[in-house]
Write a protein that binds this ligand. Sequence first.
Ligand code: NAD
Ligand code: UFG
Length: 354
Amino acid sequence: MRESIKVVVTGGAGYIGSHTCLELLKEGYEVVVVDNLANSSSESIKRVQEIANKKIEFHQVDVRDREKLSAIFNEHKKGENKSSIKGVIHFAGLKAVGESVRIPLDYYSNNITGTLSLLEVMKSHGVKNLVFSSSATVYGEPKTLPIKEDFPLSVTNPYGRTKLMIEEILKDLHASDPSWNIALLRYFNPVGADRSGKIGEDPFGIPNNLFPYIAQVAVGRLPFLNIFGDDYHTKYNTKDGTGVRDFIHVSDLALGHIKALPKLFTNSGLVIYNLGTGKGSSVMELLRAFEAASGRKIPFKIAPRRAGDIAACYADPSKAQKELNWIATRTIEDMCRDTWNWQKNNPNGFKKGD
Ligand code: NAD
Ligand code: UFG
């Protein structure tokens, strides 16, 4: 039997992190999660272990705490019955665009300082394989669609700026020391939940994003959806004029990480991939699909455009298909079904007493 490969997952208790931990366990990886639970609950880790029937080593630690982080890497130095850490998937960070405009220093501290701390600790322990969670937000308002990895980059808010800055830091790091292997994965719009209905997106407070908002309207926690603009009429939009995004099932996204890791282990250097489906869907199409999946009417109001929103955004995911042999297979119907399954079984998310 091959020795199992151990990876650290920062932010592993969060939405995308928990789904990725599950796929890692299914694939036979050993998983060490580092999360300060700033935007998550350890219940997600518990449930991932239940679904996979395997253990995760969990540390409630802030990635900015170099001493504690370093102690975790030390603990895993190769010894008897121990394998050392082979790579890191770095999800930890803050991610709300609006909040980043209000409290930019928190974003720079968590995202930039947190990443620098992680990189220094990795370097001092000779661990040089990293997958980084980037975002399609780094493409700004694209001139044409679909978006390819070599499109020009620009950002309009502090959150996006942290993603772009970290990408640049990682490029500089790789240029200075090509023994680093780094995958910048640019996610489009992750939605949905694991098929089991046991884990899913559980935002604190009123959701900023479309899918959890719709799900909470469907379950009766919120009265109606505000659709931000129905006057986006560009050649890339659907007839209804609502915004268009590339919604990708979080389990497909998680599998993208499973494909990226072995690539790093072959000394790939620095690689960049879009993780999206390549298909754009409008907000109105989504709402109708969610109604069909849930059997519930979703009341909505047309509201003004949201500041900073772009009309349409979708990926050209062909590079990841060609080089990673990865493709998103789940449909909008799957995304709605699985989100609804999670939401109706857990109307209050991971909170006890459901
Ligand atoms: P999430 O908030 O559910 O998960 C992030 C996790 O990081 C949380 O569990 C949080 O507690 C933890 N965390 C935050 N700061 C930390 C710190 N300083 N130390 C340790 N842990 C910390 O968010 P998510 O949707 O799962 O996103 C994961 C990553 O993917 C983020 O980096 C995010 O920017 C990126 N991303 C998300 C989306 C999206 O739409 N969800 C899109 C593109 C990129
Ligand atoms: N929308 C509504 N009503 C809502 C919420 C959203 O109509 O209550 C609309 C938006 O106007 C947009 C679409 O639904 O047209 C998607 O909005 P989201 O907030 O779900 O997602 P965004 O595309 O704005 O942003 C997401 C992530 C960002 C990331 C960006 C690009 O939240 O972190 O994708 O990858 F930067």
